[in-house]
Design a protein around this ligand. Sequence first.
Ligand code: SF4
Length: 390
Amino acid sequence: MMTDSPWGILSGIRPVKIAMKQINCGMGDDEVIDFFKTEYSVCEDKARLALDIAKVEKPIIDNMNSNGISLYVGIPFCPTRCLYCSFVTNGIFRSKTLIPQYLDCLMREIEYTAEIVKENGQIIESVYIGGGTPTTLEAFQLEMLIKKLFESFDLSHIKEFTVEAGRPDTINEDKLKVIKSFDIERISINPQSMNEETLKIIGRNHTPRQIVEAYELARKCGIKTINMDVIAGLPGETFPMFQKTINEVEALAPENTTVHTMSIKRSSRLNELLDEYDLTKGEEVAKMVDFARNTLREKGKHPYYLYRQKNMLGNLENIGYSTVGTESLYNIFIMEEVQTIVALGCGGVTKTVDRETDRIERIFNVKEPKDYIERIDEMLLRKDFLRNGR
Ligand code: SF4
């Protein structure tokens, strides 16, 4: 079947998972590529991309502990709402006053869940504090939270601990020192764009200069692995503007760069106000994504995880790039659905993975901080599903 989409008729968000399955069935490279082309009309370039990423991920997945799990901790607060944000609730932007109560409840969920994980004898391989913007917390709150995680769970086997710092305007030396004091070596600082005008349009309260300063501060505090997220196809952005973003981000030399393609999320402000914005054409976005891939390759980075979303400009994809050996395990585990991820906090979705039967089950926490606080007892009881090693 002929189609204009580079991913053909493939509608799933995890093309690499398909490539991995074919590799595990014993298919060779050419057979995997042919499979994508004939079954889904995927173009050669994207088929090869999925295959290459599967080959990077395979040894990492094969090296997972058979009894390993990962933890996700959600901090659902942000300084302002980005234009393209898909959070359905406004609570995360308006309710900073809820943070102390929220943390109290989160501590209870941590304690409760840690007991279950201990009973199950599961081994925690990676921890990811995400959001929202976890660094919206004050340094002492961040310290309290991380300390609680270390006290409650056995984290002696973790291979990786990440704190998403997200917005540069929420990062300061005290918070970075807290992170570093727990030997956490991995953070994310997300510019999205290095163009001041675009940052204003998308509702982020910071300048490109603040991005560079936050990055330099993180290095000064000794953070070893930094990821930076950028978005191709932000409203009003042209190819030269995106080139500027990539060039300036890469001049900083983060170990990981994640290149997202703009997607129009149903519950975003952008979707409500679509007529007011100048969206980048699909071909232009494809050019941006190709430029990023070539530039990052020249910088010694390889693509190591990929996913797709609905309503992406140009029907493209999001790709995480890394220097060799700095791939984020958590991103691979969650994208390829190869390991149980226990999610704590508001909006968290725990996913249990049984690799023998290919069975995946989900436990949802509520999305609104206020509801989470009011219904914390119910959230704890939902975690009972994990008992007996599920
Ligand atoms: S930083 Fe992320 S979670 Fe926060 S408003 Fe922006 S898109 Fe939404």
